[in-house]
Design a protein around this ligand. Structure first.
Ligand code: DX5
Ligand code: ZN
Length: 218
């Protein structure tokens, strides 16, 4: 039920294949790839060429979190690179319904992301289209930030809404997921736990992934 989704943002980018292998040995089952364009968020990371290399380095699903303006323009390139899941921000999509259809039409699992300040109810009508909903529990742009507590209420609200609508999308949480927050996040209803700093921030990603997953399942 609960899966650990290591975010490579805090990994050593010169050793990505080894870092991912270590996180996988520690129990990570999906790899989270943070794509930032320096416009939607105040940071720049990686794009389709790196995803194409990662595709050759792991068999795990690649969960690409697009923190970019005009995601429609780049969706075909992520599909070609081998991305499996693609999530776009509600705040970055003028025509969210169209963008989610575009992701699905390229054979990828569509997801929608909400910034901390965005209410859950705004995505109600498109929920039948998504494979996952990503609740940001920090403002996007950087790893290692402090968990925003009211995200727990949003996770609970989303779980309620899913039950009310009889849907099956998965609930993912991203930002500040670590030893001091993971139990509450799971209790609130999150199933896909993105963790960057807690897995890759201090060396030995295998051990840190395993410890976090153990804490999540406790
Ligand atoms: C932040 C990214 C996160 C980031 C989380 O914009 O979306 O995926 O890696 O990092 P931690 O787990 O360190 O908060
Ligand atoms: Zn992310």
């Amino acid at each position: 039920m609960v899966e650990l989704v290591p975010s490579i943002l805090s990994a050593d980018f010169a050793r990505l294949a080894e870092e991912i292998a270590a996180a996988e040995r520690g129990g990570g089952t999906v790899i989270h790839v943070d794509v930032m364009d320096g416009h939607f968020v105040p940071n720049i990371t990686i794009g389709p060429p790196v995803v194409a290399s990662l595709r050759k380095a792991t068999k795990l699903p690649l969960d690409c979190h697009l923190m970019i303006e005009n995601p429609d323009e780049f969706i075909p390139a992520f599909a070609d690179a081998g991305a499996n899941w693609v999530s776009v921000h509600y705040e970055a999509c003028r025509h969210l319904h169209r963008t989610l259809e575009l992701i699905a039409s390229h054979g990828m699992k569509p997801g929608v992301v909400l910034n901390p300040a965005t209410r859950v109810e705004v995505i109600r009508d498109i929920l039948p289209m998504v494979h996952h909903v990503l609740i940001m529990s920090v403002n996007p742009g950087f790893g290692g930030q402090k968990f925003i507590e009211f995200s727990l209420d949003k996770i609970r609200e989303l779980a309620r809404l899913r039950a009310e609508l009889g849907l099956r999308f998965r609930i993912e949480v991203d930002g500040g997921v670590a030893h001091d927050t993971v139990e509450r996040v799971v209790q609130a209803g999150a199933e896909l736990l993105v963790a960057g700093n807690a897995v890759f921030g201090a060396g030995d990603a295998e051990r840190h992934a395993r410890d976090l997953l153990d804490a999540a399942k406790r």
